[in-house]
Design a binder for this molecule. Structure first.
Ligand code: FCB
Length: 465
């Protein structure tokens, strides 16, 4: 370690210690750490225009996205850990959209693969844009609202070579991609998600180093999240401008924010509470605070300043799990990086070992209601080999949504993750998240029982919670 860095790190530790006290007692963690006192009970009728959907992302389902950073990263992994043909969605979307229609879904979230649309800098590929237009029109013809994500973890190889999201110019480059996509596809799209889970990307790609480009540098991680936030702000402005110029109905533009309930391993340990509070602040709230207020900070640790405030029309929440955390040391990564397994014998996990905690969706909706923006549950799902568990999962989480809405929360929709089994990043194909099962050898689809149950809830439009 260079001497300068040591000094810098030491300074950071001292600042963190001071700042953490603020974090724990501050408003950021209070809503998350305490559980609600109200016990369940009631019937809720969802509004007629509630969005009932499911999601996918380009690299996870399309197949053969050979021109992005993930593809390159996968080439050094064993064959079964590479995305390859995946669900071949690029060619099979029409049939899959029919399945979605038969289930009664009213929305489908999918992403536009930047590396297809802009295969080299400034060169846009008309054929790829045309294919995405076909997808959008196909959904519309089935009465399904397309919800478009512009950036879902992958970047074009050419951008990766220039430094990816670390590159100074990356927000501007994303802005151009967003503009072109909005101009070409915008007329038929109302909902845009600029970037999926910026903090997850920062954490896995630049702190843990388990995703491309495999870096472990807190300083770089902070630069990346700043660039992602700036990219969102610029893209938000571009999309709005394109719509205004063409007199299209004003779109709803937001981000999909990963959210986790963070609980202390030991509720009696101040340091464990600090750890949970810091994670809540950094991972759940910091970016949203910044996008709304134009700036956000954890004093002494990190701050974001953006060219513009109020660049969210809705908040997308991707909710899966609760994590119990404890402080392992005094470096930022140590405070953020330690988890323990819940000792509760009734705890259930998905097949990746993530705790299933439906109540957390209620808690997180309540916590995010303080921003006074519409909330879209942009992802929520379970990977399991037992489909009966999926039915229970969906009903339990929708009940949590119903309860929050009954208490006044403004939730506009729920998107189950995922429509299809798919390529789960560094976990490969083993986790089965789909409402529809996929046999990767034959590409045969099987509509699962849980999908039909979800369809029944949609049809009924009402839930006892
Ligand atoms: C989310 C990602 C999505 C998928 C699910 C399981 O964090 O946005 O692509 O991998 O997790």
């Amino acid at each position: 370690m260079r001497p300068g860095k040591t000094k810098h790190e030491l300074k950071r530790i001292i600042c963190i210690n001071l700042a953490l006290i603020f974090v724990v007692v501050g408003p950021g963690c209070a809503g998350i750490l305490k559980t609600s006192k109200k016990t369940a009970g009631g019937t809720f009728t969802f509004p007629k225009n509630f969005i009932w959907g499911a999601g996918t992302s380009s690299h996870q389902v399309e197949g053969n996205n050979t021109n992005n950073d993930w593809w390159q990263w996968e080439q050094s992994l064993p064959l079964n850990m590479r995305s390859g043909r995946s669900c071949d969605e690029w060619n099979r979307f029409e049939d899959d959209f029919k399945l979605a229609q038969n289930l009664g879904l009213t929305a489908l979230r999918f992403s536009i693969e930047w590396s297809r649309v802009e295969p080299s800098p400034g060169q846009f590929d008309a054929k790829s844009l045309e294919r995405y237009r076909e997808m959008i029109l196909s959904l519309r013809s089935k009465g399904i609202e397309p919800i478009i994500t512009l950036e879902h973890f992958t970047i074009p190889l050419w951008l990766a070579k220039r430094g990816g999201w670390l590159a100074e110019e990356s927000p501007e480059l994303f802005k151009e991609f967003a503009r072109k996509t909005a101009e070409e596809l915008g007329g038929d799209v109302h909902y845009w998600i600029t970037i999926n889970e910026p903090a997850t990307y920062m954490y896995k790609s630049y702190m843990l180093g388990t995703w491309p480009p495999g870096e472990k540098s807190t300083n770089d991680a902070f630069k990346v999240i700043q660039n992602l936030a700036k990219a969102h702000v610029l893209a938000y402005g571009e999309i709005k401008e394109v719509y205004a110029k063409r007199a299209w109905k004003a779109p709803m533009v937001g981000v999909a924010q990963q959210v986790v309930i963070f609980a202390p391993c030991s509720p009696f340990s101040l340091w464990d509470r600090i750890s949970a509070g810091l994670r809540d602040k950094m991972i759940n709230h910091l970016l949203i605070d910044a996008l709304i207020r134009g700036k956000a900070a954890i004093p002494g640790v990190f701050s974001i300043k953006l060219p513009k405030a109020r660049t969210l029309d809705f908040i997308g929440l991707n909710y899966y799990t609760r994590e119990h955390v404890h402080a392992r040391g005094f470096l930022l990564a140590d405070i953020l990086g330690a988890e323990c397994i819940s000792a509760n014998p009734h705890t259930k996990w998905n097949s990746l070992g993530w705790e299933i905690y439906p109540e957390g969706l209620y808690e997180i909706i309540k916590a995010f209601s303080r921003y006074k923006l519409p909330i879209l549950i942009s992802e929520n799902g379970i990977c399991t080999d037992d489909d009966a568990e999926r039915s229970v999962f969906i009903a339990a989480h929708l009940k949590a949504v119903a309860r929050a809405m009954d208490e006044g929360a403004h939730v506009i929709g729920y998107l189950y993750w995922s429509l299809l089994d798919n390529y789960e990043w560094a976990e490969g194909f083993a986790p089965r998240f789909g409402l529809v099962g996929v046999d990767y050898a034959t590409e045969e689809r099987t509509v699962r029982g849980s999908a039909k149950k979800y369809g029944e809830i949609i049809k009924c439009g009402k839930l006892d919670y």
